[in-house]
Design a protein. Sequence first.
Length: 256
Amino acid sequence: MQNNSLNVLDLFRLDNQVALVTGSASGLGAAIAAALAQAGAAVACHGNRRPATETAAAIGSKAAAFRADLSSTNGAEDLFTQVTKKFGRIDILVNNAGTIIRHAAEEFPLEDWQQVLQVNLTSVFQLSQLAARDMIPRGHGKIVNIASLLSFQGGIRVPAYAASKGGVAQLTKALANEWAAKGIQVNAIAPGYFATTNTEALQADETRNRQILERIPAARWGQPQDLAGAALFLSSSASDYVTGTVLTVDGGWMGR
């Protein structure tokens, strides 16, 4: 029987939960980390070339900053070990860290391909695997992967990025199939065009900026806080019957 006395807003609370948000030194990751903290979670903020100390400091005493190189095959395990040593466990994993390298496909260096795939896809699998091993005995956990519009589209001059983000979408579904019955929901968010440091060149290009805005029904670039609600939903008990989905947050781009 449904419990009608339950306040639905309570389902979005993350009290006594520990969240790890990779790539949370700035931009989308920092906004997600702040949102989860506001909902009550203790947050492990990860950075590499840019440390996540500012994000953690802005959140306050319930947050801590960690540094690990996810372009290394040992980076995921290093990060997981650091976080669990500090917090004891991980209840929510947000795989946000990513990189993009642009070359014409016929000239794309193999080492750049391998770097992008390691950061954007392999480390996502590694961290998810490590987190699931910790979550399965407890019978609950949330994994939220950050996909992309290029999980659906091919892009130009970014074959490694498109391949990695297509892989993230499929990995999300594969892990959801295996872990749903064990109490772990695995979902992904596919952001559209957001105003971050990664898109500064596009925003500054008058022609491309106009073309992008003409395609977006909302007629504006996304702001990092626009991702916060989706991330909180997929990290909370409000989404306990949602798994294996890729949620687009794109101002209507994919529906155009």
